[in-house]
Design a protein. Structure first.
Length: 264
């Protein structure tokens, strides 16, 4: 877990703006950096967990964060979208460290290959009901990521309502627990979708907008930081400090420029 001195120095000021939510997708075995942007290697994922543990972050589930927003503390909610079977190793690593996370599952693809297109996505199935129950027993939260991973704003009112309800009910049947958290597929949402998610019985929903989780003061518009295949522990630490997924040094330079009041 090596980190460059400047990123380490910046990170010392992290946690002042309140909780963050991290977004992962696939976690691939081995040390090589995956080619799919939305995947991380297990090795890098483990370093990121070890960094969070070493820096004293709390890792509640999303439902817990929404029920008790822990502002001004080092709090990170770890989330996984889609529900790839390779996430089992990530789940085991979390459990071993006493950490927890929230999974957003595409309910219509349980136990089978993903039924929606994604360029460059690694092969593999979506977690099955038995695996979801094991993860839940280990303290993980199971949330919904819709039935078919469609862009919700494109759905008619009745289709939208049905998809949100069916996915919740299916996952509740599988887990025998209330499913209260949702993540918009492709991060695509609008005011109508947010209202439909609320009406369908969810307590909160995640977008893919960057920023501190509770910045908008609306549980149906939670912000998340995307963790991708190129993230190192250093860039990860900078994301936690800036509350942004745009932390290439070029972006950091712009931030410093603004802080110094030099930008218009
Ligand atoms: Zn997704």
């Amino acid at each position: 877990m090596r980190i460059d001195p400047l990123s380490a120095a910046l990170h010392r000021g992290a946690g002042e703006h309140g909780p963050l939510i991290l977004m992962y997708h696939s976690v691939q075995l081995g040390a090589a950096a995956p080619t799919w942007t939305w995947a991380v290697s297990l090795r890098r994922f483990l370093s990121q967990l070890d960094f969070l543990a070493a820096e004293g972050y709390a890792t509640p589930t999303m439902a817990e964060l929404v029920a008790t927003p822990a502002r001004h503390a080092r709090t990170v909610v770890i989330t996984f979208d889609d529900g790839y079977e390779d996430n089992l190793a990530a789940c085991e690593a979390l459990e071993k460290r006493g950490m927890r996370a929230t999974w957003f599952i595409v309910a219509g693809s349980l136990g089978s290959s993903p039924a929606w297109p994604a360029d460059g996505r690694p092969t593999g199935k979506i977690l099955n009901p038995h695996q979801l129950r094991q993860m839940q027993a280990a303290g993980m939260e199971i949330g919904s990521h819709s039935m078919r991973h469609q862009r919700l704003p494109a759905l008619a009112d009745d289709q939208l309502a049905r998809d949100l309800r069916e996915s919740r009910e299916l996952l509740e049947t599988v887990t025998a627990r209330p499913v209260s958290s949702f993540a918009y597929p492709y991060g695509a949402w609008d005011a109508r979708c947010a209202e439909a998610v609320k009406v369908a019985g969810y307590q909160a929903a995640c977008t893919t907008r960057t920023g501190w989780a509770l910045k908008d003061g609306d549980p149906y518009q939670l912000r998340r930081l995307t963790i991708t295949n190129t993230d190192t522990t250093s860039s990860f630490a900078r994301k936690l400090f800036f509350g942004s997924h745009d932390v290439a040094w070029r972006d950091v330079g712009r931030y410093a420029f603004r802080r110094l009041g030099l930008a218009k």
